[in-house]
Ligand binder design. Structure first.
Ligand code: MSP
Length: 501
């Protein structure tokens, strides 16, 4: 199956922070799961580089806008490389191919009769690059809204109100989780949808409106279109093959753009809608959203990953945040959880197993499935049951539950070893049978862990002397000869609570 996954195209107005990393971890984890299942899956991220907010930030930094966005964009790209995010494409909205696509999209919408020229008068938050109809402060940035009055092109969003309601109601999985879907539905049902201002004259940093050089295209229309550019353009084969099966992973702050404006724009342009929008909550620090505009909340993902490893970082957030919920970040919780789950539980499981195996069967052992006892069959079956629950969790995008099932499976194996005390088994055949069974259980455990802690599970597979790249098709596949080799501890305990100084 062909699948297309996207993270938001992050603003190149500042350096990446933990909030950006979190959404990216969710998308990366889901991609790894799809790959494991054998899907042909592409993941796109990128940077949103136009608009007034960026123009102003570059001005304040006394840099040319282009060199400013070049370096911010590099920071994002390098972060994803350093955190081992499995990206296929990194789209920049300043690229010439993207510009061409946005102009093409504008023309398609125009040809449909959905664009007209008018005058915009109202409120705007430059931080969100969003229009407001009421209030005097932006609810996200907590800054005064600015009054704008300018000539503008409009998109006939109002014409799509009922169609949007119908689509969301007849596709209950279009917006996940359900609480976010309800939020969009009540937004659509409780008020009149106004046409959307889609050009600006007060900034020149953007893509020019075709044949009207005084206007630049609204930054959100420009940014959303990056999802299409990353597939190689409006006429490309990739768009045909991957787009209908696409999933946008986003934060709750940008829900209306994705669930209301974007579908209407796509319909107008004669394009299919993405299959799903998966919405995450916010990471907060002391209750405040981690955000560039609130420097005290900023946590640098790279320095955290230096301390706890990139697998540790991914695992912690994926397990701790239930989909759609907020999480107040605490370093002590991060370290305690990783020490408990990855060092004590997972790490000890592998090290005690490998030690035991090498002591008794340094050159490997051979056993055949037909001869194993009910106790061992049951152990294999209980892993299989967890695997089935794991799949169901992923299908509901409940990554936190899936991570818990992975680590509970490790705990189950530790408990089994503790109870059966293999170091006391005198019968060599009985011991060989148990270690053979455990070998298969551990191999299956690495499959469950591969989407969350890919590097740890790859090393665990080296210890089990099995193919480094895990695949779902391995499940239930039993080999007669198994062996192991020793490796460095999988996840050494993190000693410091936090580096001093
Ligand atoms: N450029 C737009 C998105 C355009 S997509 C076509 C934008 N960029 S952003 O840099 O502000 O990033 C927003 C996204 O980053 C959020 O939707 C969310 O996915 C992620 N997060 C930013 N801060 C976050 C938290 N504090 N917590 C969780 N996710 C956060 O909006």
């Amino acid at each position: 199956m062909k699948q297309y996954l996207t993270t938001p195209i992050y603003y190149a107005s500042g350096s990446p922070h933990l909030g950006h990393a979190y959404t990216t971890f969710v998308a990366d984890c889901y991609k790894r799961y799809c790959k494991l299942r054998g899907d042909d899956v592409l993941l796109t991220s990128g940077t949103d580089e136009h608009g007034q907010k960026i123009e102003r930030t570059a001005e304040q930094a006394e840099e040319s806008t282009l060199s400013f966005v070049d370096s911010r964009s590099d920071e994002f790209l390098n972060l994803w490389k350093n955190l081992d995010i499995d990206l296929d494409r990194f789209e920049r909205t300043t690229s010439p191919t993207h510009k061409e696509l946005v102009i093409g999209l504008w023309q398609q919408i125009g040809a449909r009769g959905d664009i007209y020229k008018g005058h915009y008068e109202g409120l705007y938050c430059v931080g969100c690059e969003q229009y407001f109809t009421a209030g005097d402060r932006c609810p996200v940035h907590r800054k005064p809204l600015e009054k704008f009055s300018e000539e503008s092109y409009f998109f006939r969003l109002s014409a799509y109100q009922q169609r949007l309601i119908d689509h969301i109601e007849s596709n209950p999985e279009f917006i996940v989780p359900g609480s976010r879907r309800n939020e969009v539905l009540s937004f659509l049902k409780n008020g009149e949808l106004h046409d959307l201002s889609i050009s600006r004259t007060s900034t020149s940093w953007g893509i020019g409106v075709p044949d009207d050089p005084g206007h630049v295209i609204y930054v959100w229309l420009d940014a959303l279109a990056a999802y299409l550019s990353a597939l190689g353009g409006l006429e490309g084969e990739k768009l045909k093959n991957y787009w209908p099966n696409s999933i946008h992973f986003i934060g709750k702050d940008i829900l209306i753009f994705h669930a209301v404006y974007w579908p209407a724009i796509l319909w107008s342009a004669g394009l299919a809608l993405p299959k799903q929008i998966v919405v995450n909550g916010w990471l907060t620090v002391e209750g405040q959203k981690i955000s560039k505009s609130d420097p005290e909340t900023i946590v640098d993902p790279l320095s955290l990953s230096d301390l706890v490893g990139r697998d540790g970082l991914k695992y912690y957030f994926l397990k701790s945040v239930s989909l759609g919920q907020d999480l107040d970040f605490k370093r002590s919780h991060l370290i305690d959880l990783l020490n408990a789950d990855l060092a004590n539980n997972l790490g000890n499981l592998f090290s005690r197993y490998i030690k035991l195996f090498l002591k008794h069967f340094p050159r490997g052992l051979r056993y055949s499935t037909g001869n194993i006892t009910v106790v061992n069959k049951n152990l294999l079956q209980s892993i299989r049951d967890n695997t089935n629950r794991f799949t169901a969790a992923f299908e509901k995008f409940d990554l936190s539950l899936a991570a818990r099932l992975f680590i509970e499976t490790a705990a189950l194996l530790n408990a089994d070893i503790q109870q059966r005390e293999p170091w006391k088994i005198a019968d060599r055949d009985e011991l060989a049978q148990y270690l053979w069974t455990l070998h298969h259980c551990l191999a299956e455990l690495t499959i469950l862990g591969a989407s969350f802690v890919p590097e740890l599970t790859a090393r665990a597979r080296v210890a089990l002397k099995i193919e480094a790249e895990p695949a779902w098709t391995e499940l239930g596949h039993r080999q007669q000869c198994v062996s192991v080799q020793s490796i460095e501890p999988l996840f050494p305990r993190i000693q410091s609570r936090w580096p001093r100084g």
